[in-house]
Each structure stands twice: as structure tokens, then as C-alpha cells.
Design a protein around this ligand. Sequence first.
Ligand code: ATP
Ligand code: MG
Length: 188
Amino acid sequence: MQRKKAYIDARVKQANINRGIIVLLTGNGKGKSSSALGMVCRALAYDMRVVMVKFLKGMQDSGEDIFFARQKNVQIISMNTGFTWDTQDKELDKKMALETWQQAKQYLKNQSIDLLVLDELTYMLNYQYLDEQIVLDTLNKRPKNQHVIITGRAANKNLVAIADTVSKIVDIKHAFRANIKAQKGIDW
Ligand code: ATP
Ligand code: MG
């Protein structure tokens, strides 16, 4: 344990770089967006300015939409409802993805935003609704101290490459498969 402590102390001393990071949360298991929300809570506690851009919006508000409406320093931008999984109208979905990205892009140039969450962004890239190279370049050119959290399944290798911290959540079990309804406060 003493050797371990010495090693960890040395590593902590070595970590002397301070800058904004990209955290990428991917995988099929539950916990990506809610993990992002946990970090939003942490940031808000320090009066950091936070924006969450949701690239997929459910039919109803989630707990965070209701809660954040009561908080200062945090704003949620949602893609218009109507975005469908079984894309009836792919062109319309693409248009909405682009509109939402235009907003996200402004925040990625805004130094006063300390933390930007791009929730479910991976799908927009995987469906090729957004130009991946433009998204990657904009992320790379963001203000030096701005943190970005990206969530969504099946993050591709280019997103993994530009992220600083990447976690893949493994789906071992999900209550829904045992026919349990999505639960308030847990799933939405
Ligand atoms: P959460 O928002 O709960 O952290 P997530 O962001 O990891 O979930 P998404 O793919 O965005 O996962 O799905 C959001 C919703 O779908 C949540 O209600 C979540 O509980 C549910 N969900 C997530 N993973 C699974 C799964 N493997 N099987 C069934 N439902 C899931
Ligand atoms: Mg999610």
C-alpha cells in the first residue's frame, strides 16, 4: 500500500496541465446522459456556466429539463420534437440536426461557457446528418478552458481520438427487458 501511495502521489504531481477536456460517454449500457448530468451538477456548484444541447428529444420533458429551468447558469437547447427513429422524413431530420448544430457551434466559440454537453451527438455523425470533419474541427478549436461532454452509442474512432476521457458503458442488464416501464427519476 505504501508503494502504491508513493506511485499515486508521484502521478498526481506529474499531472500539471490545466485545460478544458472532452469527455466521451458511449456504449450500450444505461448511464451516459445521466453521467453527463452528474458533471453538470458538479459544475453548477462552482457557478460555472453550462449549456446542454440535446440532439434527440423525447416526447416529454425529463427531470433535468424541469430542474434546470429553476437553476441559473444552465441552459438546455433541444432539437425540435418530431425527430423520429424510424425516419419518415430523413431530410427534415437532417435539417433539424443542422439547426441544432448551428446553436451548438456558437457555444463552442463562446469562452464564457465552461461546460457544454452535446447529448446524443454520436447519432448525428453516424447517420451523416452532420459533417464529421466540421464537427471535429470545431471541437478542436473551442476555447482552451472549455469542457465538452459528448454522449451516445457507437462513438466512432475519430471521436474517440479527439476525446481526452472515454468511457464505454456495458449493457449487462436493463429493467426494460424485464418489461419494467421507464421509471421517473431514473430514466427520465
Ligand atoms: P440515461 O439517460 O438513463 O443515462 P443513456 O443516456 O445511457 O441513459 P440512451 O441510449 O440515451 O441511454 O437512452 C435513454 C433512455 O433509454 C433512458 O430512459 C434509459 O434508461 C434507456 N436505456 C438506456 N440504455 C438502455 C438499454 N440498454 N436497454 C433499454 N433501455 C435503455
Ligand atoms: Mg442518453
